[in-house]
Design a binder for this molecule. Structure first.
Ligand code: ATP
Length: 366
């Protein structure tokens, strides 16, 4: 086991700055997840650690050892990718044992170790099968077992579950988590799926435009986002953002139509944000309450879309503002409230868990 450190790592491809001055610390045995939208630089960050590409600036360490210019064969790292390839002319046992064959181990040792790791991912009954007789999930487990067989110091995974169906994805997700815990191997995992990241990671590294936006536990990034990007990216469906201005009387003046939120908003945010003339308020969908009749401190709107989620439902509501503008709000509400498209509805803020952001920079304000 080793720690992983990126120090001011940069990777340029011509004009494209794929990774911009990145600093990351992953501790011994930690499960770190690189998360961000497509093209944000996650894969390139991982490839720099794997030795598949060389940073244009900065250094990468495994423990105290500077591996920036070390050949990938000498890094003691194993990788699993989305489009992992199994060797079609070998059966499952030979596929899993292959890294040990390359390392010069005898057949008996290879087969013993292959059985051991196959048991860990529960495919020991498949050892004699040809790989073209496996399901997608079984193939993925063979790939995992093959990556584990050498007991690498560091595990790298790039969207390893992307090609699996939703149900299999969830079961493989928990299997990966349990295995990582049992083996205690330092792991870096790339995904664009925030739910996958939240359930797997001890530490989330959120990237956008090649830059790190925030590093923290799933709780940190959800409850204390550094900026509007992180706040909007984490949580599904996304946080609602409403621009507000204080009037002279220290009540929220902007967004005439939402002045009905005023009494509650004033109490909730006045003390926190009264030094700002204007700011952007972030409210997660579950912090709205919906009423089917006019209710004090609730803003009237019209339901545009309803989406059942089992015990809950999502509603998209258009709130008309006094100045003729309208505001779209997504709320997550219990499904015992009966609403349909085009119904009138009244929304209030149910919880004081709102965030404020600087309109210009997007940074969260205290
Ligand atoms: P995705 O989730 O879509 O895989 P990503 O977050 O992993 O995206 P990267 O693949 O790291 O993003 O790409 C980051 C940026 O670098 C993108 O703008 C991409 O087009 C560019 N890039 C990546 N690899 C190369 C390359 N070999 N040559 C030129 N540009 C590249």
């Amino acid at each position: 086991m080793v720690s992983v450190t990126y120090e001011s790592v940069e990777k340029r491809y011509g004009e494209t700055l794929a990774v911009d001055n990145v600093d990351i610390d992953v501790e011994d045995g930690e499960f770190a997840v690189l998360l961000g939208p497509s093209g944000c630089g996650k894969t390139t960050t991982l490839r720099c650690l794997a030795g598949l590409t060389t940073p244009t600036a900065g250094s990468i360490y495994l423990g105290d050892y500077d591996v920036t210019d070390v050949h990938l064969k000498n890094r003691d790292i194993a990788m699993v990718f989305q489009n992992f390839a199994l060797y079609p002319h070998m059966n499952v046992q030979e596929n899993i044992g292959y890294p040990l064959k390359v390392a010069g181990q005898d057949e008996k040792t290879r087969n013993e170790r292959a059985r051991e790791v196959a048991e860990m991912v529960e495919i020991e009954e498949l050892l004699d099968r040809d790989v073209d007789q496996l399901s997608g999930g079984q193939r993925q487990r063979v790939a995992l077992a093959r990556a584990m067989i050498r007991r690498p110091s560091v595990f790298l995974m790039d969207e390893p579950l992307a090609s699996l169906d939703a149900k299999l994805k969830i079961s493989m997700r928990s299997r990966i988590k349990v295995l990582q815990r049992e083996l205690g191997i330092t792991t870096l995992y790339v995904t664009h799926d925030q739910e996958e990241a939240m359930t797997l990671g001890d530490k989330l590294i959120i990237m956008d435009g090649g830059e790190i936006q925030q590093i923290g536990t799933p709780d940190d990034v959800y409850h204390e986002p550094n900026n509007q990007f992180v706040a909007g990216f984490i949580g599904s469906p996304s946080m609602n953002f409403i621009d507000v201005e204080w009037s002279d009387e220290q009540t929220i003046a902007h967004s005439g139509g939402i002045s009905d939120f005023q009494a509650e908003l004033d109490q909730t945010v006045a003390a926190r944000y009264d030094e700002y003339d204007s700011f952007r308020l972030g409210i997660r969908p579950q912090y709205f309450a919906a009423h089917t009749t006019p209710t004090e401190n609730a803003v009237p709107g019209r339901v545009r879309v309803t989406e059942p989620l089992g015990d809950e439902q999502l509603i998209d509501v258009v709130v008309g503002l006094a100045d003729g503008e309208s505001l779209d709000i997504t709320a997550k509400i219990p499904n015992n409230i009966t609403v349909s498209r085009n119904d009138d509805i009244w929304l209030s803020i149910q919880d004081a868990l709102v965030h404020g952001f600087d309109i210009e920079s997007g940074d969260r304000i205290e």
